[in-house]
Design a binder for this molecule. Structure first.
Ligand code: GLC
Length: 421
């Protein structure tokens, strides 16, 4: 009884003095694809109920390049409007100074994540962001169409090109919108990811190597990019030059492509009730340059970072811990086939049953190739922009890959100056 009395007394006090001073209203920014806003509400509901705080997600364009430009402006201006930013794996070195150090807050949980991911978000000993999911792409293929045309799952880019052409030739008669292969050809960060995969899988290096050496101007890299140019207007539409992930997924999910390069999020959506390819596709690793080369997958992934300028830092840190924790990572895995960064979730029976791509993709992401954001530090977004523009020009027929990569090397050498800083 005394307990009930106390609860009533607390309620009476709250009625007089208002809600506890702790109830903060937070704002979170994130790129939005699919049902991102709706899903986010589900993920934060338990945290809101538990803490009494509220959080609103402000959806941003899905292009990471566009997000970065906007966030950099807000942070440079010391904006207090946004408390928590969803950050791309490549941004940590460039935005490190604007975010709160999470080392202390995460000291009991950082060890639950893959160490390489925590390391990617640590800059000069400061833990800049906490991971919410990791990313490594897949080659999506239509099982039914491979079977119909007697085509094997391709292991090299030449095999992919031939298989895509065969299926497209057969399907286009009845469906003029059908294409062999869709991917990301727009001039943005996504093209850096796709093109790094082509280059690396032909043995052409990683653009800038981990020790800071500029390696992109080589024959194998040129061959890789010329190979991709050969797809434009043949097995891929001319419009591929403006495709990002969502445009590729749109064509794929309406049943109009034989193959697609995309991240694991497209797996759950492709198996959704409104998808024309539900139950009809498989995933495999991306092709290699040749039978002697290895397939390459670019390492992606997203994190949460707390703004130094937030006026609600304690609540924002609590939210970052919740979003990166096992409950939300599991919900994301089941709902959106986002790859967890928490090691133990790869042994979770429910995830294995409902989202089999996740345990299947563990080795792919563990072997994924990072973009050169660690060696190029604060110059990364310029390095990437110069790279994706050189590739985009080549794909569009403006200069050969060899010439454009020679010019790129000269540009990167200027940018490097006395060293990457
Ligand atoms: C995915 C990756 C991210 C990458 C982006 C490129 O969202 O997770 O790291 O930068 O694609 O479009």
């Amino acid at each position: 009884m005394s307990f009930g009395y106390r609860a009533t007394a607390v309620a009476a006090l709250l009625a007089v003095f208002g809600a506890p001073a702790m109830a903060d209203e937070l704002f979170y920014v994130s790129g939005a694809t699919g049902a991102a806003v709706e899903n986010f509400k589900k993920y934060v509901a338990p945290w809101e109920a538990q803490t009494g705080h509220t959080v609103t997600m402000v959806p941003m364009p899905s292009s990471t390049t566009d997000q970065f430009a906007q966030y950099r402006l807000w942070l440079a201006a010391g904006s207090t409007d946004i408390d928590v930013y969803q950050t791309d794996v490549i941004w940590a070195p460039q935005l490190a100074e604007q975010f709160v150090d999470l080392t202390e807050a995460a000291k009991d949980v950082a060890g639950n994540h893959f160490p390489s991911i925590i390391e990617s978000q640590t800059v000069g000993g400061k833990l800049v962001a906490l991971p919410i999911f990791t990313d490594a792409p897949a080659l999506y293929y239509r099982k039914d169409l491979l079977e119909k045309y007697g085509v094997a799952v391709p292991k090299t880019w030449d095999e992919l090109t031939a298989a895509a052409q065969t299926i497209q030739d057969g399907e286009k008669a009845a469906n003029p919108d059908f294409w062999g292969f869709v991917w990301q050809g727009n001039a943005y960060e996504g093209l850096t990811c796709d093109a790094l995969e082509w280059v690396k899988s032909f043995g052409g290096g990683q653009i800038v190597e981990p020790d800071g050496t500029i390696s992109i101007n080589n024959e194998k890299a040129a061959k890789a990019i010329e190979t991709a140019k050969g797809w434009v207007g043949t097995i891929s539409p001319e419009g591929i030059l403006s495709y990002q992930e969502e445009e590729a997924r749109g064509v794929w999910q309406t049943g109009n492509a034989a193959f697609m390069r995309n991240w694991p999020y497209a797996y759950a959506l492709g198996n959704g009730d409104d998808s024309k390819v539900k139950g009809l596709f498989g995933v495999t690793t991306l092709p290699a340059g040749s039978a002697d080369e290895k397939s390459a997958a670019t390492l992606g992934g997203w994190n949460v970072a707390v703004s130094k300028y937030s006026e609600h830092q304690e609540a924002a840190i609590s939210l970052a811990l919740w979003l990166s924790g096992p409950e939300v990572q599991k919900m994301r895995a089941l709902n959106e086939t986002n790859l967890p960064t928490i090691v133990s979730l790869y042994d979770d029976a429910e995830i294995a049953e409902k989202a089999p791509i996740i345990p299947q993709w563990k080795d792919v992401f563990l072997n994924a190739v990072p973009r050169p954001s660690a060696p190029t530090l604060t110059k990364y977004s310029e390095v990437s922009a110069k790279f994706f523009n050189a590739v985009h020009e080549t794909l569009a027929g403006n200069g050969s890959a060899a010439d454009n990569l020679a010019a790129l090397e000269a540009d990167l050498t200027d940018l490097k100056g006395d060293g990457w800083k």
